[in-house]
Design a binder for this molecule. Structure first.
Ligand code: UT7
Length: 334
């Protein structure tokens, strides 16, 4: 049975760190409120780094660790919801930057679940023999989509990228079970409009008929009903993990580590509680990096890997949720 194995990880964060104290100067908030309600103390923010430069740096590190040359890579998937350009896609730009001349490259946008959706797409390519290996990257520069005057959302997000190299492997158990879902009917609770909301044609005809379209500037920034997203996550993430565990024929005590999307420490506490799982098995890095959307899981994976906290044979659960709405969990053997 063909399956996949992660053979290298890498990550990249912008050099500029913004602390909660600094945010106190920008909006009416406090370090204490942010730490208590979210667990976040600081985040890295781009001062010029882009989705592509961060992704390429993370990719280089993952390739180096996997001992793979860029030309050997068959598939590049970049999960992102904050690209700088519509065209070309980030994956093609990363392909050019790292020199992976033989790869097929495209982007995946499933917001904070993006990395998990991309991992499962790569798994499908590798299992069916369409590719032997893949470079999967989650990369975000959310700071350009954040309304820095909105205290309910600007305190949450950060910028960064994480990458993994996966290879087809006949012997490793790889991905054991999964559950991935999308619910477009819930999309209104977390959204961000494109900069250009009307086509030049529509603008011209609107001008002709004197029906100027008014657009609200806030539509270009992340708008979120935080409480609804919180409720969605605490209810659906545990269900989704249980579903993926059932698919794998495993139960909560069989799992060594739960690598969750890093949105809010209270969400992680609630998920652990609902699963009756040991909270110690839920590592976090959100206190240092905030919510990195699709980069959240691969950045944490890379940190754990480089700290020697992941061992071959460990059973781990990856789980994420986000705009769409999207949600996913995946059980795998490291
Ligand atoms: O990747 C997925 C992305 N999104 C998420 O994961 C978001 C999930 N939701 C959350 O993490 C939480 O809902 C938040 C952290 C966004 C908010 O925490 P909360 O405990 O749900 O607070 P709340 O919205 O119920 O607000 C409580 C109070 C309100 O004041 P009043 O109405 O009680 O007087 C807010 O206006 O806290 C106020 N508030 C703040 N106060 C200080 C909201 N934001 C802030 C702030 N500083 N930054």
């Amino acid at each position: 049975m063909r399956t996949i194995r992660i053979t290298g990880t890498g990550s990249a964060l912008p050099g500029r760190i913004v602390t909660n104290k600094e945010l106190e100067q920008m909006v009416e908030t406090s370090d204490e409120w942010i730490r208590e309600r979210t667990g976040i103390a600081e985040r890295h923010v781009s001062v010029g780094e882009t989705v592509v430069t961060l992704a390429s740096e993370a990719a280089h590190k993952a390739l180096e660790q996997a001992g793979k040359r860029a030309e050997e890579i068959d598939l590049i998937l970049v999960a992102t919801c904050s690209p700088e350009q519509y065209l070309p896609c980030c994956a093609c730009q990363v392909q050019a930057a790292v020199g992976a001349v033989n790869a097929l490259a495209f982007d995946v946008n499933a917001a904070c679940s993006g990395f998990l959706f991309a991992l499962n797409t790569a798994d499908a390519y590798l299992r069916t023999g369409l590719a032997k290996n893949a470079l999967i990257i989650g990369s975000e520069v959310l700071s350009k989509l954040v309304d820095w005057t909105d205290r309910s959302s600007c305190i949450l997000f950060g910028d960064g990228a994480g990458a993994v190299v996966v290879e087809r492997c006949e012997a490793s158990p790889g991905i054991l079970g999964r559950a991935l879902h999308s619910d477009g009917t819930g999309g209104g609770v977390l959204q961000c409009g494109a900069r250009e909301l009307t086509t030049p044609y529509a603008r011209t005809s609107a001008a002709k008929t004197d029906q100027k379209q008014q657009t609200d500037d806030r539509e270009h920034y992340i708008q979120m009903d935080g409480q609804e997203v919180y409720r969605f996550a605490t209810r659906r993430v545990p269900q989704c993990i249980e579903e993926a565990l059932a698919d794998a024929g495993l139960a909560v005590p069989d799992i060594d580590l739960f690598v969750l999307h890093q949105a809010n420490a209270r969400i992680i506490d609630a998920v652990a509680k609902r699963l009756h799982a040991d909270r110690e098995k839920f590592p976090t890095n959100l206190e240092r990096v905030g919510n990195l959307s699709s980069a959240s899981i691969p950045v944490l994976l890379d940190e754990l890997h480089r700290q020697g906290k992941l061992h071959r044979g460990d059973r781990i659960v990856l789980a994420g949720f986000g705009a769409g709405l999207t949600i996913g969990a995946c059980v795998m053997t490291w």
